[in-house]
Structure formats: C-alpha cells, structure tokens
Design a protein around this ligand. Structure first.
Ligand code: MN
Length: 228
C-alpha cells in the first residue's frame, strides 16, 4: 500500500445497540414509497417501477446532533423514514431470501432542499443538490434485525416541536423492504455497510432554525435533531 496525499476519510459509523458500530458505505433512497406522500407532491405511484436516488455516506449526521441550516435553500424539508442496514452481500436475490441480507433497522431523516429539488425536477436535471449534501442523512442507532419481532404494522411518526407532522404505518409502504432489496439487488451488488432509506409518508414540510425534530418507529431508537 502506497502512502496517500492526505489521510483517507473514514467511513461514518452508526452505533448499534449493544454491539460494535456499523460502518456506512452507500446510501440508497427510495422515491415515492407512500401513496399519500406521492399525492401531496403531485404524483401518482407507479406500482410497477420503484425508483432510487443516492446520498453519500459523508452526508450522514448522527442522531442527537444539531443540524446547521444548509446553504442555498430557503425550503429545507423533513422526511421521516425507515432505514434498512444491509449486512450481507446480495446480488439478484429472490424475494423470499431478500430479508436475509438485512443486518438491522433504524429511524432516519432524509433532509431535503425542496426548492433545489423542485428546480431540478422542472429542468429534468438530477436531484443531487436537493438531496445529497452535508448532514442531509440523519441516522439513529441501528437495532439488529434479530432483536425485532413483527414490525410491518408499526407506526412511523415525526414530531416537530412536539406537534405530529408525519404519521403512518410501515404497512402503508408501496414496496416492502424485501421487494426493494430484491429489486435493488438487480441493479447493484448490495454489500455490508449499505443503507436503504425506505421513503417517507405524507406530511413533509419546512423546518427553520430552532425547530426540534423527533422521529419514531415502534421501539426503534428515535431519530432526533435540532435545526440551528
Ligand atoms: Mn425521502
């Protein structure tokens, strides 16, 4: 191994309940996975075709830390989501084996510069500046899948300053975790360290400096941040 011209940036590490940390590689995000959210954004869900965008692992902010209000936006939105942590290599996996690739689950916030995303949509350009920026993926500690029971009907909820803004059930997702893993594994070789953000329910909206966000999914560790 030759020397490098600067020290390599280490992978962000998400805490795991009762275990060593989970080093993050890639972050895949599912678009429009709750019909009511698709509708509020002016779209219908195409049941046949999930689509994806990505965030860099370096977009991660640990839950509990303050989120500085990002530059070049005046419409920062919250999107509360289930996060799936991949623990084994998965390539072209069958639907009934897809769940075997899951290491665990976490609460997450897909923070979005909605104005930049809207401009990109209008000009048919990529969403990167609206979605993939510093501190835009806020991830709570991971609960290993083995410790979770039946969770399909769990409530997913976000409060801003104590008021409920997003509320649904995981069973409202258009595509289930196993369907998304099976589909993604035909596009990519999923590897340990990859995360999947499963899309957000209806009720997204703007946040401003001083707002406190608190997101929960059943008994998973909550995701929290304060905008500063
Ligand atoms: Mn999202």
């Amino acid at each position: 191994m030759t020397d490098t011209v600067f020290p390599p940036r280490p992978a962000p590490i998400i805490p795991v309940k009762g275990q060593s940390g989970f080093p993050v590689a890639r972050i895949f995000c599912v678009g429009r996975n709750y019909a009511a959210h698709a509708a509020e954004m002016g779209h219908e869900v195409d049941r046949e075709a999930p689509f994806y965008f990505t965030k860099s692992a370096h977009a991660i902010l640990q839950s509990g830390q303050d989120m500085p209000y990002p530059p070049r936006t005046s419409d920062l939105h919250h999107e509360m989501e289930l996060v799936v942590a991949i623990g084994t290599k998965a390539r072209d996996v069958a639907l009934d084996q897809a769940i075997d690739a899951v290491f665990g689950y976490a609460c997450g916030l897909d923070m979005t510069r909605r104005d930049l995303q809207a401009q990109a949509k209008e000009k048919r350009r990529p969403w990167d500046t609206g979605k993939d920026f510093e501190n835009a993926a806020i991830i709570a500690p991971i609960t290993p899948a083995a410790e979770l029971g039946a969770w399909g009907g769990l409530p997913i909820r976000l409060t801003v300053n104590g008021l409920v803004t997003q509320e649904a059930r995981l069973s409202d997702m258009v595509w289930s975790v196993r369907e998304i893993i099976a589909d993604l594994s035909t596009l990519y070789t999923l590897m340990p360290g990859d995360l999947i953000m499963m899309g957000t329910p209806a009720g997204v909206g703007p946040v401003v400096a001083g707002d406190v966000l608190h997101g929960t999914i059943g008994d998973l560790d909550p995701v929290t941040t304060r905008i500063v």
